[in-house]
Design a protein around this ligand. Sequence first.
Ligand code: PXP
Length: 244
Amino acid sequence: MTRDYLRLGVNIDHVATIRNARGIRHPDPVRAAGLAVKAGADGITAHLREDRRHISDEDIAMLSDVLTVPLNLEMAATDEMLEIALRHQPHACCLVPEKRQELTTEGGLDVAGQHNRLSPYVRALVDAGIRVSLFIDPDEDQIRAAKDLGAPVTELHTGAYCDLVGDARAAELDRIRKAAELGVSLGIEMHAGHGLSYETVAPIAAIPEIRELNIGHFLIGEAIFHGLEASIVEMRRLMDEARA
Ligand code: PXP
């Protein structure tokens, strides 16, 4: 398979996490989005959580106004989030599972088990011209269920791959590869993300079927030491090197 360009979506949630620690506007995630674009981000990703622990409604409104690259809005499949998405019309929406107590999105969406519940949300977003992505574990049943739901994109959860070591990580990487191949064979555009760092990105970036990575926490953390632009430039370099 030819290696198409691999897009980088930079997730700016944790700029908002730091901002919210003080309840003021600094550091501004919208300003971070501008810097990310300057550094080579192909898109900006933001997760509007139901509890608003980081990104706020106002952030989504401002990003929708000022961004010069696609906005990927991550959200739970709820009526409230659907209304917000339809109002702002982001380029893309990624449906994710959400639990109040979790520190981050812990697992993929159970698309196979929740077909009837998810179906109206997928349909409403697709009908509005928004590119719908489903965040799923690299599992055959989930990919086939995403196809049945009519989602044009799925994002494979790379969290387990990043957390594991040795043979277990190699086995999880193999699952991701097979899932990406299956998805493309079914006509689904394949993305991946969660937990990726300089150490873990290359094998994922090298999978030719994957067209986009969404990376946040590591880049925002690394920005403390080297600056946001330099951190994104280095991630981009590692992605390009792995892809070559
Ligand atoms: N993709 C999805 C669907 C996510 O929910 C997240 C975390 O918000 C990411 C990618 C980015 O993960 P990380 O912040 O660990 O890079």
